[in-house]
Design a protein around this ligand. Structure first.
Ligand code: BV8
Ligand code: ZN
Length: 255
């Protein structure tokens, strides 16, 4: 039986959120660029999200790649360089701890930076792919590692162009990954949504599906988002500060 969705008004929000997370058997977490902001990874919509004068939406599309694969690869090479110097922060570590603690857990991330895996998250799906993988536009081979490319744009042994193994705007997410995220969301008792502007779909529909199914949804973001009014609890704060308190024994500091 799913725990009551209604708030416990007598409890400070942080303490209630921590209590719900501790009591839940089936937990899902959804993260976005805000969780990696404190590791120095540029967010998409933040001021530092821009590369040269391009908006991410201009470069992260099949059309942009068809038009100018070199330009698009220069952008991804620049992001790989930036992220290579970044380390997981306390938010990533708190989610890795939650993965170890919760009986039934899934982390669905929109981030392509690989920091959740570096922090030790295991039960996880990368909804939008990874900066550290490439896919051949000819033979479909998927591979790649963290070493810089010998040439930009890089090519596959078969001679065809390689592309980043990420989901571009206008492209469908891998069905098995999407289904896993929505199935877990529909079964979850508690869903933790951290560091996302909740603007990009279908990722932003994951907590909505959970709410429909009666889950308790906790949002963590310094700014309000379109999800804030719908969430069971919306906590204003930075992920690296709030998530350790929600997951750790330190919830009492919310007094
Ligand atoms: C698809 C990989 C169809 C690439 C990414 C109109 C309405 C609704 C939807 C659409 C629409 N028009 C088009 C669409 C669909 C589109 C979409 O949703 N567009 C949006 C912009 C409206 N979606 C798609 O195109 C998807 N595909 O629909 O396909 C289809 C279906 C079947 C068959 C064929 C086609 C594909 C979407 C995936 C695109 N790829 N990334 C790459 O990375 O290069 S999306 C990319 O942007 C990220 O992965 C992420 O998802 C998104 C950025 O969002 P966030 O991560 O939330 O980051 P953002 O900067 O926005 O916000 C950061 C937040 O953190 C802020 O709220 C901030 O306050 C907070 N924050 C800051 N600091 C902190 C913090 N929080 C906590 N702690 C802090 N310290
Ligand atoms: Zn190939």
């Amino acid at each position: 039986m799913k725990s009551a969705k209604r708030r416990a008004p007598h409890l400070p929000v942080g303490e209630e959120a921590a209590a719900r997370l501790r009591a839940a058997h089936r937990v899902v977490a959804l993260t976005g660029a805000g969780v990696s902001a404190e590791s120095g990874v540029p967010t998409f919509r933040g001021p530092e999200g821009l590369w040269r004068e391009f908006r991410p939406e201009d470069l992260a599309t099949p059309d942009a790649f068809a038009r100018d694969p070199k330009l698009v690869w220069e952008w991804y090479a620049w992001r790989r360089e930036r992220v290579a110097g970044c380390r997981p922060n306390a938010a990533h570590r708190a989610l890795a701890a939650l993965d170890k603690r919760a009986p039934d857990f899934l982390l669905a991330t929109q981030n392509v930076d690989g920091l959740h895996a570096l922090a030790g998250s295991r039960r996880m799906v990368e909804l939008h792919g990874s900066l550290w993988r490439v896919r051949c536009t000819g033979c479909g081979h998927v591979g790649g590692d963290r070493s810089p490319f010998a040439e930009i744009p890089p090519r596959c042994e078969c001679g065809a162009l390689l592309r980043p193994d990420v989901v571009w705007f206008g492209e469908a997410l891998p069905t098995h990954i999407l289904e896993r995220a929505f199935a877990a969301a529909r079964e979850a008792e508690v869903v933790l949504v951290a560091g996302t502007s909740s603007l990009v779909y279908p990722a932003a529909a994951v907590p909505e599906a959970a709410l429909w199914a009666g889950a308790f949804v906790i949002e963590v973001n310094p700014e309000p988002t379109p999800l804030s009014a719908k969430a069971s609890l919306s906590i204003r704060g930075r992920a690296a500060e709030v998530l350790p308190m929600l997951v750790g024994e330190g919830a009492e500091v919310f007094h």
